[in-house]
Design a protein around this ligand. Structure first.
Ligand SMILES: [Zn+2]
Length: 82
């Protein structure tokens, strides 16, 4: 799993190299949304400053268990890419 915070370039590179990966977007301390890599909601090149809110990237299972370990109460599937 990789965390991207204020690193848009690295984040977009990860997206293009991991088309089968997943992205967790942290909405607040207890709420996350889960996206497929390349989802327009979180990974379109037009989304400027995409990593101002940290993005956690990896396989679905590791992201889900990591988020629960961090105290996530709500993990929503994205409506645009699920
Ligand atoms: Zn999405």
């Amino acid at each position: 799993m990789e965390e991207f915070r204020d690193r848009d370039k690295d984040y977009y590179r990860w997206n293009s190299q991991n088309p089968d990966g997943y992205i967790l977007h942290q909405v607040n301390r207890k709420t996350y949304t889960l996206h497929h890599a390349g989802c327009p909601a979180v990974a379109s090149i037009s989304v400027s400053r995409a990593t101002t809110a940290p993005k956690f990237c990896g396989a679905e299972g590791e992201l889900m268990s990591w988020a629960r370990g961090k105290g996530a109460k709500v993990i929503r599937g994205c409506e645009q890419c699920n």
